[in-house]
Write a protein that binds this ligand. Structure first.
Ligand SMILES: Cc1cc2nc3c(=O)[nH]c(=O)nc-3n(C[C@H](O)[C@H](O)[C@H](O)COP(=O)(O)OP(=O)(O)OC[C@H]3O[C@@H](n4cnc5c(N)ncnc54)[C@H](O)[C@@H]3O)c2cc1C
Length: 464
């Protein structure tokens, strides 16, 4: 008989590995099954971390070429070495995945290497061995959504995985899908010299983000050289000797048109990944979108089987998966783990960055809530001026009667870091006045948060 455990987690992405570590910290005997050669899941291997490594390298290059002159710094003969950039990305990923391996050892989590299949509640099969366990947490993640007529080869027609591995800057990169992943990776290759066209079915990019912020984002990216074809659908892709010929037409139907691309990035979203998990045999139910159905405590319909992360409902974000990993481990330990979905920030790591938390103005309006909004531009923020990064604003939305913060959106330099203050404010149930009365260091970008809060609380900011 193989070893038995208190908990077997399937998948070692940010949901799974964090769950395994927290459960071990709480005294459980834990194993985590991972079929990839390294730990860390999509996020560390082919998602968040490698994309941010390339975003940083390409942003450094763009700053040197286009932004330093304004500071009186001239750099002549600036070149980049893509092979080195890619190698550095690999080193960053390597350090991160090794870090998770170290944490597993430190917390005595057993890594069961290979494909995990649920035999039944309490039994998981890995590479022919069946392990017994009191509980199972599924954290199997997600995969790219395919598009009919656009066959991915990860060379000319790529998903985000192939787009992170290109060995040459494409002359013309066509991105299908104006969401976060397409815009981040489109930014990497645009900064390195590609012409980038984004084809989006809807009439706006980054659907779901506060409308006013999304519009400004589109304007800024257009200024940077992005071309957008909105309300357009891709109906086919044909590989040619030179690249790919895409057929597109208006979303509502109409005359087709051809677009030539060197590389096509298919980025129309991600879907839950449940292949080979044995869910049918175990009787685990899925919802209409193929996600594992879960209740308030992440329990599935089968006793002793839980699910978290991208494979269940909610935003497909690494930190959301992590929060769920911690919560389910605490629940299994008899504690009261929970996730405040209202306070989960979302960030687009372009430059400027875009970050949101809580409700958008459209959502508040649709819910019929009486609200007040305050918006403070970075053009009026001393630090942003000193940086030479004044595109964007901080926007805060609060309940009209109680002044409680309901949501926030930031477009601007380091928005992804700044949003933490507003996530914390929401987590603590803060009012706009609470934020407005908090001393913010001068000169700092976060003063724009204080000023937006002043606009909401007092109807007047100090510096505009
Ligand atoms: C290009 C890109 C950039 C991204 N950038 C960000 C970002 O900046 N910020 C952010 O918050 N999110 C980002 N994301 C999303 C983020 O990666 C996911 O939300 C996150 O990884 C989900 O975590 P997870 O633990 O649910 O699943 P995953 O990270 O997908 O991990 C699931 C793991 O389970 C393993 N697995 C699946 N089935 C089995 C099985 N049967 N047996 C054994 N192992 C199995 C898989 O091999 C995988 O390693 C990005 C995604 C992509 C693609």
């Amino acid at each position: 008989m193989s070893e038995s455990f208190d908990l077997i987690v399937i998948g070692a992405g940010p949901g799974g590995y964090v769950c395994a570590i927290r459960a071990a910290q709480l005294g459980m005997k834990v194993a985590c099954v991972e079929k990839r050669a390294t730990l860390g899941g999509t996020c560390l291997n082919i998602g968040c971390i490698p994309s941010k490594a390339l975003l940083q390298s390409s942003e450094n290059y763009e700053e040197l070429v286009h932004k330093f002159a304004d500071h009186g710094i001239t750099a002549e003969g600036v070149k980049f070495d893509l092979a080195r950039m890619q190698a550095r990305k690999g080193e960053v990923v390597g350090a991160n995945v090794k870090g998770v391996e170290f944490l597993f050892k430190k917390n005595k989590v057993t890594w069961l290497k290979g494909h995990g299949k649920i035999v039944s509640a309490g039994k998981v099969e890995v590479e022919g061995q069946v392990y017994e366990t009191k509980n199972i947490v599924i954290a199997s993640g997600s995969e790219s959504v395919p598009l009919k007529g656009v066959e991915v080869d990860e060379k000319q027609i790529v998903t985000s995985t192939g787009a992170l591995e290109l060995e040459k800057v494409p002359g013309h990169l066509v991105v299908i899908g104006g969401g976060v992943i397409g815009l981040e990776l489109g930014s990497v290759w645009r900064r390195l010299g590609a012409e980038v066209t984004v084809i989006e079915f809807l009439d706006r990019i980054t659907p779901g983000i506060d409308g006013e912020t999304g519009k400004m984002f589109e304007r800024v990216l257009t200024k940077q050289g992005f071309k957008f074809k909105l309300k357009t659908k891709v109906t086919g892709a044909e590989k040619t000797e030179k690249g790919v010929t895409l057929t597109v037409e208006p979303a509502a139907g109409g005359t087709p048109e051809k677009i030539e691309a060197d590389v096509v990035l298919l980025a129309i979203g991600r879907r839950p990944y449940v292949e080979g998990l044995g869910l049918d045999a175990a009787g685990v139910a899925l919802d209409e979108k193929g996600r594992i159905k879960t209740g308030h405590s992440f329990e599935t319909n089968v006793l002793g089987i839980y699910a978290i992360g991208d494979v269940i409902t909610g935003p497909m974000l690494a930190h959301k998966a992590e929060e769920e990993g911690v919560a389910v481990a605490e629940i299994l330990a008899g504690q009261h783990g929970h996730v405040n979905y209202f306070a989960i920030p979302g960030v687009v790591y372009t430059w400027p960055e875009v970050a949101t938390v809580g409700f958008s103005e459209e959502e508040v309006k649709a819910a019929g809530v009486e609200y007040k909004a305050g918006k403070f531009p970075f053009t009026a923020n001393g630090r942003a001026r000193a940086m030479g990064d004044t595109d964007g604003f901080v926007k805060i939305i609060a309940d009209k009667k109680t002044d409680k913060i309901l949501g926030a959106a930031i477009i601007g330099p380091d928005a992804g870091t700044m949003i933490a203050e507003l996530a914390l404010a929401i987590e603590f149930g803060a009012s706009a006045e609470d934020v407005a009365r908090t001393s913010h260091a001068h000169p700092s970008l976060n003063e724009a948060v204080k000023e937006a809060a002043l606009l909401v609380a007092n109807g007047a900011a100090l510096h505009i």
